[in-house]
Ligand binder design. Structure first.
Ligand code: HSE
Length: 428
């Protein structure tokens, strides 16, 4: 029998415990597929005594994940600690320095330090794999780095945060306000410790920028991504969108053009007929468009014990099989640095304006749009509240910069009581 591949696991939360369960339950399958046993040597977490529903007695315990990362008797360091820097990054660096392969689920760390860590891993001749970091159980990293490697990828789109999708679809199903469903999601334990990572679009943008890097051969650029969360979406927006044949999704979109890389993560309207609109609850969906393959749609659980551990074990198996693919699909030193741009593609936009209910106010709004050369496709005013008139406008296609000019002019006239809600209508 071949020598086992020996692993050390740092972080025994939901995913860590799930990984141990898979390794214990499926050991024969894993050994047959890897051609060698997968053996856990040691584990590390904050509390040794906590009951995680898995038997850890066969494994050595390390209080310090960095000590685990450096052990002579492991081949693969599995980083499930989380967090952009701190222990997770230090342990990852130490593992790489000591010639260990690394498997991680840490999107935040890679979105910020991906280029540096990829270079370090490739210089040390080790693998750094991260299937679990993007969309949990959906095999999107493998799809991009391997299955679609022959394509010029033209666009990536997706719903990459299950919590936001849960909130938006529950608002639509129940007719309840954002705040109430946010609290429900909190009670169900869906929200990250810092909920803004979810509802502010940060977690999803971490995932999008990793996909962009592989898709376009560019250096990971989280700071260049344009983010907007779902906190200003009201039940009225959801109803109005639905009546016009759309559904609101926190949608990531990236594309590369001659002028640069556009990466946006913000609420958008998608047609009810699009696959994205069919996505309910905490599920994720990623749509990839390539010049040869056309459009493909990947859908599945974006989080949770089984799905995320499924992605981690797949990376471990690949390492055991001797598969060695550059971290972002091509050598880190060949990834190009490109300017971040806001998309130049023209779209229709949905605007919700809370206007003063006075004579001539609507004329000021339409004049501002006309001055910017923006044509109105649809307009609706109903449901007055005190002295406010909620107005919904759908524009004909225009670009965001032009729309921003019109919005600035609207704001200068003091016609609107609140800043407008602006949602792009994405063609999918
Ligand atoms: N909080 C994330 C989500 C899962 O709701 O999809 C981890 O990225």
């Amino acid at each position: 029998m071949s020598n086992p591949i020996r692993i050390g696991i740092a972080g025994l939360g939901t995913v860590g415990a799930g990984l141990i369960k898979i390794i214990q339950k499926n050991s024969n399958i894993l050994e047959a597929r890897a051609g060698k046993p997968i053996k856990i040597i040691a584990v590390s977490a904050l509390s040794k005594s906590k009951d995680r529903g898995v038997d850890l007695t066969a494994y050595e315990w390390e209080d310090d994940p960095i000590a685990l990362a450096k052990r002579d008797d492991i081949d693969v360091f599995v980083e499930l600690i989380g967090g952009e820097s701190g222990q997770a990054k230090k342990a990852t660096e130490e593992a790489i320095k000591h010639g260990k392969h690394v498997v991680t689920a840490n999107k935040a760390m890679l979105a910020i330090h991906g280029q540096e860590l990829a270079s370090a891993a490739e210089n040390s001749g080790v693998n750094l794999r991260f299937e679990a970091a993007v969309a949990g159980g959906i095999p999107v990293i493998k799809t991009l780095t391997e299955s679609l490697a022959g394509n010029n990828i033209t666009r990536i789109m997706g719903v990459m945060n299950g919590t936001c999708n849960y909130i938006l679809t529950r608002m639509e199903d129940t007719g309840l306000a954002y705040e109430e469903i946010f609290e429900e999601a909190n009670q169900l334990g869906f929200l990250e410790a810092d909920p803004n990572l979810d509802v502010g679009g940060i977690d999803a943008a971490h995932k999008l920028v990793l996909l962009s890097s592989i898709a376009y051969g560019t250096q990971v650029d989280f700071n260049g991504a344009i983010l907007e969360g779902i906190g200003r979406i009201t039940i009225e927006d959801i109803k109005a969108a639905s009546e016009m044949g759309y559904r609101i999704k926190l949608l990531g979109v990236s594309s590369l053009s001659d002028s640069g890389l556009s990466q946006t993560m913000r609420p958008c309207l998608v047609p009810l007929t699009s696959p994205l609109a069919q996505l309910n609850g905490g599920t994720n969906m990623i749509i990839i468009e390539g010049d040869a393959v056309g459009q493909i749609v990947l859908r599945g659980a974006g989080a949770g014990e089984g799905p995320t551990a499924s992605a981690v074990i797949a990376d471990i198996l690949d390492i055991a099989r001797g598969i060695n693919i550059p971290v972002f699909g091509q050598p880190a030193n060949s990834l190009i640095k490109v300017p971040a741009i806001s998309t130049s593609v023209e779209n229709s936009f949905y605007l919700r304006l809370n206007l003063k209910d006075e004579a001539g106010i609507l004329a000021k709004v339409s004049a501002a749009l006309a001055n910017a050369g923006i044509s109105i496709d649809r307009i609706r005013q109903e449901g007055h509240e005190k002295d406010a008139a909620p107005v919904i406008i759908v524009t004909h296609p225009t670009d965001r910069d032009t729309l921003n000019k019109a919005i600035s002019e609207i704001e200068e006239t003091s016609a609107a009581i609140d800043p407008p809600v602006v949602l792009r209508i994405e063609s999918v």
